[in-house]
Design a protein around this ligand. Structure first.
Ligand SMILES: Cc1ncc(COP(=O)(O)O)c(C=O)c1O
Ligand SMILES: [Zn+2]
Length: 420
């Protein structure tokens, strides 16, 4: 088949099993290319596929990273051969101590802090990079709440291409340093994430060979989060959990985990059974939670004010689709205070030895709230996502954790401290 011209740069390359782009709002279809908004109604575009005769054995014989699912992603079959950060296949931790503390029977933590730059964003960036190459882009760019900045800068460094990253200037110092270290163009902007996102759209309009992964390459980028759903199912022995709690910023991750579960059911890779999807937000930036509670279909933007900065998106692009998923599956969206975010981080750390970032604290505390309110079934198998690493949000816990004592280097001093 002749390649389809997609922009002034280059024809669309090889995007694996992807076949078309379809509007989520009006269903209008168009050819694959560097498009992200529907030409009819400006709705967001989704990728459609033909998965052919793909089997579970094909996946199981693949590499020990997200590329084992390449047959389910908009990437070429040889994607693993080009330099990339090889994210994925992070631990699914059986969390019996946390389960007991919360009164749950069976709980798992999908610990995505184990990715190369310590958050789930390495997944979406790896897919965006592979697609961006095929679409002829030259620069990997993004607006970010922090973790995406790390992932884009690192992936571009590894791929040997230029990066251009834009973040709010009030970001955690740890996330500034862990982006700057990779080199590339890195700009802090005096505004909140929604301001930075708007600026990125304007720059994308001018720089036609810049792939803003979560803006003009968003349909491809977002598919990377499906790998969280695939991995959870495969790691459970090709089963779906009964309940899953997912942090929500733009809402992309949550909707794509659901898409992954639906695809696995359709392919016959897992049993078709009900599951409930729950979204987790911070009270200081809970536009999707507010819409859920009010019974609204639209999400009214808010001005974020929370320590969970990675989730501080006041105008979430996929908010309405999160509402669709949680309502369809019988889940909910809930929010917690900043104090509860800190409690959640500490609870996960002391029960399971996992130091999550503020987004993880949001998720653990929302899990607790849903159990306490009787909205989550304590006897049903539950998975929560720890999407990032606590070392990047030290300020959240530094005021409330400290050594047990500071002593002189003598046995007498140890005894006197009363720690035995
Ligand atoms: C650690 C972490 N968890 C969760 C999210 C939410 O992802 P999404 O925007 O796909 O809802 C983000 C987004 O930046 C994040 O950094
Ligand atoms: Zn449309």
């Amino acid at each position: 088949m002749a390649p389809t011209p997609v922009n002034d740069l280059t024809p669309a390359g090889n995007l694996g099993p992807a076949t078309a782009l379809v509007c989520r709002e009006c269903g209008h279809r168009r050819e694959l290319g560097a498009f992200y908004a529907c030409e009819e109604c400006f709705g967001p575009l989704e990728i459609e596929y033909d998965f052919g005769g793909l089997t579970r054995a094909d996946i199981e014989s693949g590499p020990a990273n997200i590329w084992r699912y390449r047959g389910l992603l908009p990437v070429p079959a040889n994607v693993a051969d080009t330099p990339n950060t090889e994210p994925g296949l992070t631990r699914l931790v059986r969390a019996d101590n946390l389960a007991e503390a919360l009164g749950l029977q069976r709980l798992w933590v999908k610990d995505d802090s184990g990715n190369p730059t310590h958050s789930f964003k390495d997944r979406v960036v790896a897919v965006a990079l592979a697609a961006a190459r095929e679409l002829g882009f030259k620069v990997l760019a993004c607006p970010s709440t922090g973790n995406l900045a790390n992932a884009v800068a690192a992936a571009a460094a590894r791929a040997g291409i230029r990066s251009a990253v834009f973040v709010p200037s009030n970001l955690e110092q740890q996330k500034i340093i862990t982006t700057a270290v990779y080199g590339g163009t890195f700009v802090t902007v005096d505004g909140n994430y929604d301001d930075v996102n708007r600026l990125a759209s304007e720059i994308a309009g001018e720089q036609e060979d810049w792939a803003f992964v979560n803006v003009n390459v968003r349909p491809y980028y977002a598919e990377g989060s499906k790998t969280l759903g695939y991995e959870i199912a495969e790691q459970l022995g090709w089963r779906l959990p009964d309940q899953i709690v997912v942090p929500v910023a733009s809402g992309s991750q949550l909707t794509k985990i659901d898409k992954a579960f639906q695809e696995l059911i359709k392919l016959g890779f897992v049993e078709d059974k009900p599951y409930r999807v729950f979204g987790a937000q911070a009270e200081g930036c809970g536009p999707v939670s507010a819409a859920f509670k009010a019974g609204h279909d639209v999400v009214r933007p808010v001005k974020p004010d929370t320590i969970a900065k990675s989730l501080a998106i006041g105008n979430p692009a996929d908010g309405p689709y999160v509402l669709d998923v949680v309502r369809r599956t019988g889940g909910a969206v809930e929010d917690v205070t900043d104090a509860q975010v800190v409690d959640g981080i500490r609870l996960l750390a002391r029960t399971e030895g996992i130091f999550g970032e503020t987004a993880g604290g949001v998720t653990v505390s929302v899990l607790k709230k849903l159990i306490d309110d009787g909205r989550l079934d304590p006897s049903a198998e539950t998975v929560i996502i720890n999407s990032g690493d606590g070392l990047k949000t030290l300020d959240a816990v530094s005021p409330v954790v400290a050594p047990s004592a500071n002593i002189a280097p003598s046995l007498a001093a140890f005894r006197a401290a009363g720690l035995a």
